[in-house]
Design a protein around this ligand. Structure first.
Ligand code: ARG
Ligand code: ASP
Length: 653
């Protein structure tokens, strides 16, 4: 008897230790705190989120509207990823000062570089405002009326929340497809200066080859400083501004990480779809992802060809290439992961069980409603996605429709070849009913895509007419249709979500990501990507030296790094590590913290075999990738010679 009890608890512990799925709302973290503590967390819920005292949330920011950052000193010093700071580093770069290539290190405060347009947002508070948002709602209201009501009530809540000024910003966000609403109040600082960035050969080490992969050795970090007015409140850039004094800054752990250590990630994941109907996942894994992958393969091949022929073109297109390649590679892992997990069939099974339970309740038939909506929407949505991936990838047509394209980074032969390939794909991939009249007539008039292309690139008017007809057709015709379906799907999802929560009352649900602040927790852990292969959770400088190759752009490290390694004693210098935290796009730059809430790393990626985690989480394969904070310190010191920055940080063993 005793033995079985122990075995039972051991099994339970194992199951729980594996269940690292979830991105939780900080304000509701008390729901998870016992589980976190059972797994090793040594602090309490109030340490993570509190409106009464300084807490970890005060050290975390939404950085530039799509990434996360964290405060690491009482003088406004901020860490985020190199790929999050990339655009700003690029803007300060010129032929004379190529900070992307050589890195940038301010040697004192006066050398820090301002970044117009960049802001960071600190969360002041978040609260459940469901009742206020739905005030005046009456059963039977249609979705349009409800949306109008939600908008009006939200506006009033937002206005009340920011009435004191002082850089306050507010948003009301729907959670669980509108079953719940939360008000988020932020304080936004707009004077954010660049302090340091490693050369790309460190910050982007491994390039697209290593992207989404383990073993990883990317030094993906950059350093900024938040400035405030003399009163510590947000202020427009001014030389008079002073470093912002945060309510809380993170202490940096020098203790290191090892397999099994408790970790958590505090940041802003952008978008996940964990509770959707099998039809949506089926479409993503079996239609959308494969088609978009094929189209992007063609585009990437074209870019690659010209980039390998000329250094100048490589520089012009490296950022665009990275953007196209990033999603391209993620979708491959995602589609594969969804198929491997058998998610479509698993969801169909769940839907059957659900409907059996729902019989006679108000929820009966909701999964069929969803299936029908997807069936009707998908052909239209597919056309829209196809259009976006083909027509909208042609820079000439973008320019003709007035969208800005940097001519400094434009190389016409790439664009011409892209035109021919993408217009052909668009024509072949979609029925004629998805093409405007002007397109069909031109196709006949020119006879071949080559001639059509020559005409478009020779004649601005021809390019304008073509892009206008396509634009109008899609934005005025298809987008509204798809949006209308998406609204109905969202409404049905609201019901389905509520029903799933009623059906599975034993489960604590977390809301899908929507760029609101979340906490994910797990532990340091390697994984086995394939039979016979097993990965360690940490990588070291030795691995960088092993990959080092002056002939391959992505693996050509600075000579200084080779020299340092050659001095000896740096073989085990940690670089990156893996953990089981559930993260998503937007979590880049997020602090990765240990059991005591001290900084051990910065999140920047996930492993390829786990990229289906936006739809389904597999504890065996889903890993987030972080840069070890000790590698950041090493680079600041040894490469940047900016040791003075370390003086303002607080370290713990
Ligand atoms: N895969 C990471 C993310 O999704 C990093 C992307 C930037 N790096 C790159 N090599 N493209 O954002
Ligand atoms: N690299 C992603 C980001 O930039 C993070 C991820 O998708 O895991 O947010």
């Amino acid at each position: 008897m005793k033995k079985t009890v122990i075995a039972f608890f051991a099994l339970l512990a194992m199951i729980q230790a594996r269940a690292d799925e979830g991105m939780w709302l900080p304000a509701l973290i008390s729901q998870r705190i016992t589980d976190m503590q059972a797994k090793g967390f040594r602090l309490g819920a109030e340490d993570i989120y509190s409106v009464n005292q300084a807490s970890l949330k005060d050290a975390v920011v939404l950085f530039g509207g799509g990434c996360t950052g964290e405060l690491v000193s009482d003088e406004g010093l901020l860490f985020t990823n190199h790929h999050c700071g990339y655009g700003y580093i690029q803007k300060h770069s010129s032929v004379e000062h190529d900070y992307l290539k050589d890195g940038f290190w301010a040697m004192n405060r006066s050398e820090e570089l301002p970044n117009p347009g960049l802001s960071v947002r600190f969360l002041e508070r978040m609260e459940d405002v469901t009742a206020q948002v739905l005030k005046g709602y009456e059963p039977g209201m249609d979705e349009e009326e409800r949306a109008a009501l939600v908008m009006e009530n939200s506006k009033a809540l937002r206005e009340a929340a920011v009435k004191d000024g002082g850089g306050l910003k507010a948003s009301v966000e729907a959670l669980f497809y509108g079953n719940q609403y939360f008000l988020f109040v932020f304080r936004e600082y707009t004077d954010v200066r660049l302090v340091g960035a490693p050369p790309s050969s460190i910050g982007k080490f491994g390039g697209e080859t290593d992207n989404w992969m383990w073993p990883r050795h990317t030094g993906d970090f950059s350093i900024f400083r938040v400035y405030a007015g003399k009163d510590n409140m947000p202020a427009e850039y001014s030389e008079e501004n002073v470093p912002y004094k945060p309510k809380k800054s993170l202490k940096i752990s020098l203790a290191g990480v090892k397999e099994g250590d408790f970790t958590f990630v505090y940041g802003c994941p952008g978008s996940t779809r964990e509770y959707v109907h099998s039809a949506e996942v089926d479409y993503v894994a079996n239609v959308s992802d494969p088609e978009k992958i094929a189209l992007r393969t063609t585009r990437l091949d074209i870019m690659k060809k010209y980039m390998s022929q000329s250094q100048a073109v490589r520089i012009q297109y490296s950022s665009k290439f990275a953007g196209v390649a990033n999603a391209w590679k993620k979708w491959q892992g995602e589609a594969k992961g969804i198929r491997k997990m058998n998610t479509v069939a698993e969801k169909q099974k769940f839907e059957k069980e659900f409907e059996a339970w729902a019989k006679g309740t108000g929820y009966e038939g909701i999964t069929d409603t969803l299936a029908e909506l997807y069936k009707a929407r998908n052909p239209l949505y597919r056309a829209l996605e196809y259009y976006n991936e083909t027509v909208r990838s042609i820079e000439k047509l973008q320019m003709s429709s007035g969208r800005p394209v940097s001519l400094k980074d434009y190389y016409q032969p790439i664009d011409e070849e892209t035109f021919t390939a993408m217009m052909t794909a668009f024509d072949k991939g979609l029925d004629d009913c998805y093409k405007p009249d002007y397109f069909l007539k031109s196709r006949e008039r020119f006879g071949s895509m080559e001639q059509w292309k020559d005409a478009v690139f020779a004649d601005t008017l021809e390019a304008k007419k073509l892009s206008r007809s396509l634009n109008e057709f899609y934005t005025e015709n298809l987008v509204p249709k798809v949006s209308s379906y998406n609204r109905r799907i969202n409404l049905a999802n609201r019901t389905y979500m509520k029903a799933q929560m009623a059906f599975r009352q034993d489960k604590t649900f977390y809301p899908d990501a929507n760029l609101t602040l979340r906490v994910a927790y797990g532990h340091v852990s390697g994984y086995s990507p394939a039979d016979g292969v097993s990965y360690n959770p940490v990588s070291t400088l030795t691995g960088i030296i092993e990959k080092d190759n002056p002939d391959i752009f992505d693996y050509n490290i600075p000579q200084t790094l080779r020299d340092i390694y050659a001095r000896g004693g740096y073989e085990d210098q940690p670089v990156c590590f893996l953990a089981t935290n559930h993260t998503s796009g937007g979590n880049s730059g997020s602090p990765v913290l240990n059991a005591d809430g001290n900084l051990i790393g910065i999140n920047f990626d996930r492993v390829w075999e786990g990229t289906m985690s936006d739809y389904v989480f597999d504890p065996d394969f889903c890993r987030n990738i972080s840069i070890d904070v000790r590698y950041i310190l090493f680079i600041i010191k040894e490469i940047g010679h900016a040791d003075y920055l370390l003086d303002e940080m607080a370290f713990v063993r």
